[in-house]
Design a protein around this ligand. Structure first.
Ligand code: ADP
Ligand code: MG
Length: 602
């Protein structure tokens, strides 16, 4: 066992959280804090300012959300914390997380506010009194200007995914908001990366912040074949069973998930599909745990679904596969996990499931282990059938060589004679009977093969995934693919000033903000993406003029998106978006358009 395997993990109780919150965490199934949580929670509980840097998927939300829960006074129905997020999906996600941590805090109310949602509803909700407001910068700014959001009782301000807010052109808005928050409050800034401009904002608005950065350690993983599957087109459980079925030399597997509850859930589902599977988590006492591991060793179990802590140090040579069903928080956890296979000189296999927003974690695992992880093509239905047929044949051949077949051969002859059919047909009928419990052919259709994964090294590849523009409508469901690291970078897209007619099914609109308002292309993209829920890759050419600009958007925009855009502001200026009547005179001829209608924000 290597020395790192014996490092003690902190518990949530060690971090100074209250009993009621600890109980909630146990209910939710969080066993141990992730590294960023372990480091940030005590600092935030002390009331200090903080800069937290860790990758996507490392649990930054709970790192600030749990300390927030501790400081909320439920009796005071005024916003006591404000969380800024770059997109409305994230605003909703963070609000949902906060609500789930408030399970044992009756009367707690968190309110997400974001563009595209009706003001009337938001105003009603704001006046009802929320304890925490989570919002996108544009909409928060609006409410502050209209004085419908009052920050007099603010204790904590959180900037979540600060680098993403910068990327989307919201940094000025964020500063504008920071300048209008009461002097006495705690500020926490979270970011996956720390660009210069974010550092500058931190220096200006944070007071002696503690800086916490979760680094990825390097490690070597020798005799382990590592592959990843990009989660798409199929449920993870179906993909898992397909992969396990077709994997060569599958003997036993440890499958890693994040929560205790998921260990039980997944083990149950696998059992229902005929696997000898059991859960291994921190709820089991030492004796029960040892029993599970003993069963895995003896072959009574083939699959153990575990959390990181529960599986620490397991040494079972027959474990041929480790599956990272949920991606680990950091590269160290990854190395621990996959070290459960390839034991005792055998070769091991590590399979990693990667959701689009987790691509950056995949890349840093590759860097830390100094090994590329190859993409895995999901076995097709035909692959699975072939494997099942091969296994079936092997089983039949084994019986052919066994003793005592005469009795059965006699029965086959009788059936053939009585039914006037050949022995072959009788054998076919028997084969069909034999596969009843587990059909050789799986029904349904294969999903379309997944395209190359988008990441920052391959800008633009995400945009090729499908060509139909999607409008989000007012769905409350967070859409994972537009949040996190897979989001295309606006700067990567060629967007030239152009007066040419829109191509394809695009419509050109005119908006009342331009260069004179200090507006840049990314500001417009950010505002439209958030307010209308149009993914940025579907936003066409944007041409900036002095006092106005044109934007090409997909035709057939839903009324809601249209209405939202009419009210949208960029840098505080209402954009008054309307179809462009081909009025593309050069800027010089436009000076008779009258006085500038709107003040520039300073
Ligand atoms: P980030 O903000 O760093 O991208 P999130 O806060 O969105 O990451 O967390 C990613 C996932 O991990 C969420 O599904 C969350 O519920 C889960 N998670 C966070 N902390 C824990 C924990 N201590 N134990 C188990 N799961 C956790
Ligand atoms: Mg986050």
């Amino acid at each position: 066992m290597s020395s790192t395997e014996s490092t003690t993990t902190q518990s949530f109780a060690d971090l100074g959280l209250s009993d009621s919150l600890l109980k909630t965490l146990a209910d939710i199934g969080y066993e141990t804090p992730s590294p960023i949580q372990a480091e940030c929670i005590p600092v935030l509980l002390q009331g200090r300012d903080l800069i937290g840097q860790a990758q996507t998927g490392t649990g930054k939300t709970a790192a600030f959300a749990l300390p927030l829960m501790e400081q909320i006074d439920v009796k005071l129905t005024k916003p006591q914390a404000l969380v800024l997020t770059p997109t409305r999906e994230l605003a909703i996600q963070v609000a949902e997380a906060l609500q789930s941590y408030a399970k044992n805090l009756p009367g707690f109310h968190v309110l997400p506010i974001y563009g595209g949602q009706s003001y009337t509803i938001q105003l009603k909700q704001l006046s009802r009194g929320a304890h925490i407001v989570v919002g996108t910068p544009g909409r928060v700014m609006d409410h502050l200007e209209r004085k419908t959001l009052n920050l007099d009782n603010l204790k904590t301000m959180v900037l979540d995914e600060a680098d993403e807010m910068l990327r989307m052109g919201f940094i000025d808005d964020v500063e504008w908001i920071l300048e209008r928050t009461p002097a006495q409050h705690q500020t926490a800034l979270f970011s996956a990366t720390m660009p210069e401009q974010i550092r500058r904002v931190a220096q200006k608005y944070l007071v002696e912040p503690r800086e916490i950065k979760i680094k990825s350690a390097t490690a070597t993983v020798a005799a382990i074949r590592q592959v990843y599957w990009q989660v798409s087109g199929m449920h993870k459980l179906d993909a898992l069973t397909r992969i396990l079925e077709v994997e060569d030399k599958f003997d036993a597997a440890i499958i890693f998930v994040r929560t205790k509850n998921s260990t039980v859930e997944l083990a149950d589902k696998l059992s229902a599909r005929g696997y000898a599977a059991a859960a291994l988590n921190g709820d089991l006492n030492q004796q029960m745990r040892e029993r599970v591991i003993e069963q895995l060793k003896s072959g009574a179990l083939d699959i153990v679904v575990a959390t990181d802590v529960a599986a620490r140090g397991i040494d079972v040579p027959r474990v041929s596969h480790v599956v990272n069903y949920d991606i680990p928080y950091d590269t160290e956890a990854y190395v621990h996990r996959i070290g459960r296979t390839g034991r005792a000189g055998r070769t091991g296999n590590a399979i990693l499931f990667v959701a689009p927003r987790e691509v950056s974690m995949l890349r840093s695992i590759e860097r830390a282990t100094r090994q590329p992880i190859a993409p895995l093509t999901l076995p097709s239905r035909a692959d699975v059938t072939n494997k099942r047929v091969a296994d079936f044949k092997a089983g039949v051949v084994e019986v052919l060589n066994a003793e005592g077949l005469d009795f059965f051969a006699n029965i086959v002859s009788q059936i053939a004679e009585e039914q006037n059919v050949g022995a072959e047909e009788v054998a076919a009928a028997l084969a069909m009977m034999a596969q009843k419990g587990k059909p050789l052919q799986i029904p349904g259709e294969d999903p379309a093969p997944s395209r190359p994964m988008a990441d920052s090294r391959r800008p633009g590849s995400f945009g090729e995934r499908d060509s139909k523009p999607r409008f989000e409508g007012r769905s409350d469901k967070p859409r994972t693919e537009s949040s996190g690291d897979s989001r295309p970078r606006f700067e990567d897209k060629p967007r030239r000033a152009s007066s040419g007619a829109p191509t394809g099914d695009m419509v050109r609109y005119r908006i009342d903000v331009g260069r004179d308002h200090g507006v840049q292309v990314k500001d417009i993209v950010g505002a439209i993406a958030n307010e209308a829920g149009i993914e940025s890759r579907f936003i066409g050419r944007i041409a900036l003029y002095d006092e106005s600009s044109t934007v090409e958007l997909p035709a057939g925009m839903p009324k809601e998106a249209d209405n939202a855009l009419k009210r949208t502001r960029v840098r505080g200026v209402p954009i008054n978006m309307r179809p462009d009547e081909g009025d593309a005179r050069p800027e010089g001829e436009r000076k008779f358009d009258g006085e500038r209608k709107f003040k520039k924000r300073v």
